[in-house]
Structure formats: structure tokens, C-alpha cells
Design a protein around this ligand. Sequence first.
Ligand SMILES: CC(C)(COP(=O)(O)OP(=O)(O)OC[C@H]1O[C@@H](n2cnc3c(N)ncnc32)[C@H](O)[C@@H]1OP(=O)(O)O)[C@@H](O)C(=O)NCCC(=O)NCCS
Length: 150
Amino acid sequence: MAIIRPMRLSDLKAVVEIEESSFPRPWSLNAFITQLAKDTSLCLVAEVDERVVGYTIATQYVEVWHLLDLAVHEDCRRRYIATELLEQLFERCGREKHRGYTLEVRKSNRGAIKMYESFGFICTGLRKGYYSDNGEDALIMWKDSEDMLA
Ligand SMILES: CC(C)(COP(=O)(O)OP(=O)(O)OC[C@H]1O[C@@H](n2cnc3c(N)ncnc32)[C@H](O)[C@@H]1OP(=O)(O)O)[C@@H](O)C(=O)NCCC(=O)NCCS
């Protein structure tokens, strides 16, 4: 099992390495630093045997949590590390009043879409040609907050 904890500046070397091997248009180091400095953002890492193997970042804007980034080191995938990160994220985000969660995901990213659906996300729209590297469409996904479901 992974330990899920808040991201620190000292994690960023490992985080950027995972980011660069996971996405065709990776975030820069500065983009992570900006999120870490924002008090409206939540940045978590997953650690296994004292090694950072995954992370997720969400930011709150007008009572909605936007899931901005999520990745797991390719050697550690399909071990429910992303699942643990998301469970912790929802637990922590759920402590504050909000309407729900939203994210964008590549239409071709079937594995991630399946995972988000298992958490209750539904597809609510499409951004045509959203990804500039290959012009791929993004699915917009939404999940109601726990309060809205009560
Ligand atoms: C998407 C990603 C974060 C998933 O991380 P992970 O730790 O491997 O995911 P989990 O082990 O928690 O997967 C949970 C479930 O999601 C689904 N899933 C996850 N990855 C999948 C894949 N590649 N193919 C099919 N289903 C997948 C499965 O239902 C899985 O359960 P199962 O293994 O019992 O079938 C990881 O593949 C990754 O970093 N990809 C590159 C970056 C990325 O695409 N991030 C998401 C951007 S929106």
C-alpha cells in the first residue's frame, strides 16, 4: 500500500520525472511550484518504500474542484495507486463545501476514463481539438460532491 501525503518542494524532482514520461505536453517545474504555493490547491503524492511513485493536483474555483493532474510511474501502474490518490483527494476536498469535481481527459485514454467512471464521474461534454500536440478532443467529466448526493 502507498502512503498518501501532501506534496513538498523536495518531491518535485521525482514528480517532474513522472510527469515527463507520462504526458506528451508535460507541466513545467514552475507549474508545479505555482500549484504548491496556492492555498486553493491540493497537491498529494503517493510514496512506496520512501519513493514518490505518483501524484495528483486539484484546485478549487467557484465551489468546484478541478482535477488538473494525475499520474503514476509507469513501473507502478495497475496497483491501485491512482485509486488511493483519488480516494484521499475526495476525502480531503470533501471537508469543504463545494458543488463537485470536474476534469478533462483525452478521448483515447480509456483506462483513465474507466477509472474516473468507477468513482462516479460522468461525461458531460466535449472540447473539440483541446490537445495541441495532436488535436485530440477532451472529454469533460463531472462528479457531484458528496453533499449534493445526500
Ligand atoms: C491513468 C493512471 C493515473 C492510472 O493509474 P494506476 O495507478 O495504474 O490506476 P489504478 O491501478 O488505480 O487503476 C484502477 C482501475 O482503473 C482502470 N484502469 C486504470 N488504468 C487502466 C488501463 N491502462 N487500462 C484499462 N483500465 C485501466 C481499471 O479499471 C483499474 O482497475 P483494475 O486494475 O482492477 O482493472 C496511469 O495509467 C497514468 O499515470 N497514466 C498516464 C497519465 C494519465 O493518463 N493520467 C490521467 C490524465 S486525465
